[in-house]
Ligand binder design. Sequence first.
Ligand SMILES: [Zn+2]
Ligand SMILES: [Zn+2]
Length: 282
Amino acid sequence: MKTMSGDPVQNTIRRRLQGMGLAFLDLFLPRLCVACEARWPRGPESSWCESCLESILWIESPLCPCCGRPYHKSPSSPDHLCGDCEISHYPFDSARSATFHSGSARDGIHRLKFGGRLHWVPPLVEVLRKAVTQEMADHCELIVPVPLHPGRLRQRGFNQAGLLARGLGKAIGLDVDYGLLARKHWTEPQTRLKREERLHNVKNAFQVVKLDTLRSKRVLLVDDVFTTGTTLCECATVLKNADAVEVHAVTVSRSLPDWRPAEYFAAQTGSREETLSRTPVS
Ligand SMILES: [Zn+2]
Ligand SMILES: [Zn+2]
């Protein structure tokens, strides 16, 4: 017996009606790009227009396989451990960020975090998704967002890492545990502090609340920005001490104090020209 979903004529009609419905919706509620507010036709389910997506500076290889630091000054080198990872061992098993902390991604994070613009969650989840490979999604068993102190949560009204974790969980089909990790001390916002102060600020700030849920799990730890990594390190330490077998950290963006956009573009251009000049003409 032919089912509704298998009937090619009905499927064609349904598709056409859907198309007409979306076209009708676009007429009255045009879809706008989240960053530039240009009209953006429905179709690919993205919050970004093509040109804004292209302007995002994605972090790609070559990078440090442990902490994910990109080598923007040597774009033709292979992946290799960075100085930090050679001399010290981060408590997380890996860290990856989708983009440099700049441009639209940075603006979006600021608007969400400090302006309460919640419509920035889906586009930032879309960016964050690029930091998680399918292999990593299949490998991890549980998503844990970096928590806010209950007082800060009351003040802000939401935890941006929790919202990003929820979107990511839906996108890759993993459960999110919002209450597994708790922030027990009220800490100063890390953005105002230097590296040493950041370390001191988050020391012993976190605790695992649900030990049984965590035992022997491979955890995907989610936050908005990787700056010095102190928050992610402290969370990973606490999770590992409570018997998590692996902790992989992912963030939307990575802030690199020594990063200069002009140098990055120069390196990228140089690399492309070098590659083109090496390509034989057929
Ligand atoms: Zn745009
Ligand atoms: Zn590294």
